[in-house]
Design a binder for this molecule. Structure first.
Ligand SMILES: Cc1cc2nc3c(=O)[nH]c(=O)nc-3n(C[C@H](O)[C@H](O)[C@H](O)COP(=O)(O)OP(=O)(O)OC[C@H]3O[C@@H](n4cnc5c(N)ncnc54)[C@H](O)[C@@H]3O)c2cc1C
Length: 359
């Protein structure tokens, strides 16, 4: 494994901070450390970067997060500006639809969302790729699930499959708090710490998205903006997902995780196409391609607890969650640990100087 060779052959004095998790939080922290000349290694369990951020290849339609709100999310706005990534407003021209229990479809003027929602041009995965492009590849390790973290005489060691790393001064955990107890800690985390971590829901972990791409945004020709709420389903909330050069609709499922699994992907996609046709017309039955992304089935995002209550934000206080001896060497930097806007992309953008000053 190339990554482990570079991990074990590097100068130990260069190993300052180990970052666990290569989603937005981990990559953003790595980029800030890189800018300050502070050495790090980043370990990501999946075979791709981005965590909950995922866009369709080429078309860049988002299968994870879609929007940010500059009115109250200044860090996202600033980051996109620094990385020179353009954004654009969610399409809102025309009427929205409401599908009632009895099957009647009502039309309302205007969009369903009150605040101006912005999208990253080319999809949120562009933000991830831009961060990766700014980082030294030899410090980034994919397929590297951190299995254990232990305190030794020389510092903190972590193990990933088929490799153990040189000691670090600190470990920054950029993963959902509920996934932390799956890591073996030596000495063990206190039961109260484990319970506190498990109590934090992972935002959107129970959800699934359906995306359908078309040759043109035909709903706009009917003065429909693509917004729809439904009491019938299978999708509860639908929006225009079009990007420059690509016409698309997306929806969040109203069918809960357990039921989704029993339907299977083929049947779910067919039911989604039928619903879009009821709402927007028969052209919706024949997308050029469609995608289903079920986050509840992703073990590096969701736990069984999230299946039960993944609809809440991780707003419980995590201050002082790690008592001695871990207090000095572990930091929580994922979105759920955000000081504000926890659960959102904004929550994943931690102030690095605060983290370093607490080191
Ligand atoms: C369907 C959906 C819609 C959303 N919509 C929005 C939206 O519109 N706007 C918004 O702001 N936010 C939205 N969000 C939330 C947003 O995606 C998250 O806030 C953000 O992406 C979290 O980033 P993160 O880096 O903290 O965590 P994650 O993206 O979860 O990254 C954690 C990473 O850690 C890795 N990992 C886990 N365990 C280990 C281990 N032991 N070792 C190594 N690596 C590990 C995982 O593989 C993952 O890559 C949405 C999320 C979903 C799923």
């Amino acid at each position: 494994m190339r990554a482990s060779q570079s991990m074990t052959s590097a100068d130990p004095t260069q190993h300052t901070i180990a970052i666990v998790g290569g989603g937005l939080a981990g990559l953003h922290a790595a980029w800030q450390l890189q800018q300050r000349g502070i050495a790090f290694e980043l370990f990501e369990a999946r075979s791709r970067w981005g965590g909950r951020i995922l866009s369709t290849p080429e078309s860049g339609i988002d299968l994870g997060p879609t929007w940010f709100w500059p009115a109250f999310q200044p860090r996202m706005s600033k980051l996109l500006e620094m990385l020179q990534l353009p954004s654009f407003a969610q399409y809102t021209e025309g009427s929205s639809l409401l599908e009632h229990w009895n099957g009647q479809i009502a039309r309302y003027d205007g969009p369903l969302m009150a605040d101006t929602s912005l999208r990253i041009a080319g999809g949120c995965a562009r933000l991830i790729q831009r961060l990766v492009d700014h980082l030294p590849s030899e410090r980034l390790h994919l397929n590297a699930t951190v299995e254990s973290i232990s305190i030794g005489a020389e510092g903190i060691s972590i193990t990933v499959p088929a490799a153990s790393t040189l000691p670090y001064r600190q470990v920054w955990l950029a993963i959902p708090p509920r996934l932390i107890p799956a890591i073996h800690f030596a000495p063990a985390l206190a039961p109260a710490t484990v319970n506190a971590l498990k109590a934090i829901p992972t935002w959107m972990a129970a959800h699934a998205k359906y995306v359908a791409l078309y040759d043109k945004p035909f709903w706009r020709e009917q003065r429909l903006n693509g917004d729809a709420f439904s009491h019938v389903g299978p999708l509860a909330e639908i929006h225009d997902a079009s990007q420059s050069g690509y016409a698309a609709l997306f929806g969040f499922f109203r069918i809960p995780h357990g039921e989704r699994a029993s339907y299977g992907e083929h049947a779910l996609k067919a039911a989604c196409r039928a619903q879009l046709a009821r709402l927007f017309g028969p052209q919706a039955l024949a997308p050029e391609q469609d995608h289903l992304q079920d986050w509840a089935q992703e073990p590096h995002t969701a736990t069984t607890r999230d299946h039960a209550n993944g609809h809440e934000h991780g707003i419980a206080s995590l201050a002082n969650v790690f008592p001695t001896p871990w207090q000095a060497c572990l930091r929580l930097i994922g979105s759920e640990a955000g000081s504000d806007q926890a659960g959102y992309m904004e929550g994943a953008l931690h102030d690095i100087d605060t983290l370093l000053n607490s080191a």
